[in-house]
Design a protein around this ligand. Structure first.
Ligand code: HEC
Ligand code: HEC
Length: 358
């Protein structure tokens, strides 16, 4: 392992740690063998190119660097925790000054595969590269003054080498910072979950998976029938329009995508992130109201509310909210299936971990 800067500094001054990185960058490419995750915009930077491994490496350091927040107490990784699928186990997240966020954090597993490339629960960011700079200046999250990001980064001695590796020259500017964060986040893809592995063995996912238990296959069947209309593709990601899943009767608490578009038909709609690693991402929904997958399934089973924009797949033929009325064994099967979406390797893979030894 190579210390990017003199190790002595780290020991003498633990308040200003330096990242510990491997001599040769980790490999951030991922297999594309599975008709797996469908994406509209597979970015060119995510391949086996050495340069791009350097880009993701820089992104990793930025992601965990508390110097990017106003008072140097919070990094992206403070709220997006690797062992939780880059989600926050707290209902709301604590920002740099101890204030809490107004929505629950989102998991970042498979974030690359967003159907229309828009980000946040209300889709207010047009793409990932635009999104990654927003938290840095958010008054609750990281609070850094506009215009001071480049100097904050330049002030840290370890960045010149990392920018040179990633871009061929030491060019520390916002666009490159955004590109590196995007490169890192785009590499956080689940490829080793029991579902991913089983999916590679069959041509049609509706078939029973040979490596799944009876219960897991039963859960998969229920999921494909009742849920997959809104959790799309192999990353189980929300449709580009966003959806309303009947959490509330109206949108008075949070108008979601409607806040951004101003359209009546978007009120109360949200985009759910990929269900990758969902079992380790509690609590659930934009306001973190459900503490467990059991509570989520109970919602879909009997609690769906008749919101004016309730998604069609959750309406019965008479237009009223659908009552799936899952019995206990169906509920257990659905949970068993959702647990197959956990990629344990990803949750502890050193290449995604905090490089600062603090
Ligand atoms: C204080 C906690 C906190 C910090 C720090 C933080 N985030 Fe977030 N993140 C959130 C919350 C909360 C949301 C959801 C906000 C919303 O939708 O209104 C979110 C959403 C996101 C999303 C959207 C995911 C999707 O699927 O739409 C991405 C990407 C993201 N954050 C990346 C980052 C990056 C990169 C950083 C660091 C530069 C960062 N976050 C720092 C709490 C945080
Ligand atoms: C009409 C579309 C629709 C259907 C059908 C649907 N969902 Fe959802 N789901 C959503 C939306 C939209 C969200 C995000 C809602 C929010 O937070 O406001 C969501 C959120 C979730 C979440 C929480 C995600 C997170 O990151 O917190 C889980 C888990 C989930 N759904 C599982 C299921 C299961 C299991 C089924 C089938 C029983 C199902 N969904 C059916 C639209 C749907």
């Amino acid at each position: 392992m190579l210390l990017v800067n003199a190790p002595v500094i780290a020991q003498e001054n633990p308040a200003n740690p330096i990242p510990v990185l491997p001599d040769k960058p980790f490999d951030y490419s991922f297999p594309r063998d599975l008709s797996l995750k469908t994406a509209t915009q597979l970015p060119s930077y995510n391949n086996t190119d050495n340069q791009n491994n350097h880009l993701a490496t820089l992104g990793r350091v930025l992601f965990y660097d508390k110097n990017l927040s106003a008072n140097k107490l919070v990094s992206c990784g403070s709220c997006h925790k690797q062992q939780n699928g880059f989600d926050d186990p707290s209902r709301f997240s604590i920002g740099f000054e101890g204030t809490i966020t107004s929505r629950s954090a989102m998991g970042l597993t498979n974030a690359l595969f967003n159907t229309n490339g828009r980000y946040f629960w209300d889709q207010r960011a047009a793409n990932l590269k635009q999104q990654v700079l927003i938290p840095i200046h958010d008054p609750i999250e990281m609070g850094l003054k506009r215009g001071s990001l480049v100097s904050r980064v330049s002030d840290q001695p370890y960045y010149s080498q990392l920018f040179e590796n990633a871009f061929g020259k030491i060019e520390i500017k916002e666009n490159n910072i955004a590109a590196a964060l995007t490169g890192f986040i785009s590499s956080i893809v689940s490829t080793n979950s029991p579902y991913d592995k089983a999916r590679r063995m069959v041509s049609d996912r509706a078939q029973d998976f040979p490596s799944f238990s009876l219960q897991q296959n039963q859960g998969k069947n229920i999921f494909l029938k009742s849920c997959a209309a809104c959790h799309l593709g192999e990353a189980f990601i929300a449709p580009s329009s966003g959806e309303n899943n009947g959490l509330d009767i109206d949108s008075s608490k949070d108008r979601g995508i409607g806040v951004i578009t101003g359209l009546e038909t978007d009120m109360g709609k949200f985009r759910a992130p990929s269900l990758g690693n969902i079992a380790v991402r509690a609590p659930y929904m934009h306001d973190g109201r459900f503490v467990s997958l059991g509570a989520v399934i109970d919602h879909y089973s009997t609690q769906i509310k008749n919101h004016p924009n309730l998604g069609a797949p959750l309406k019965a033929e008479n237009g009223k909210p659908r009552r799936f009325n899952f019995n206990p064994s169906q509920k257990a099967a659905l949970i068993a299936f959702l647990q197959t979406l956990t990629d344990r390797k990803l949750l502890s893979d050193p290449k995604f971990s905090n490089p600062f030894q603090q």
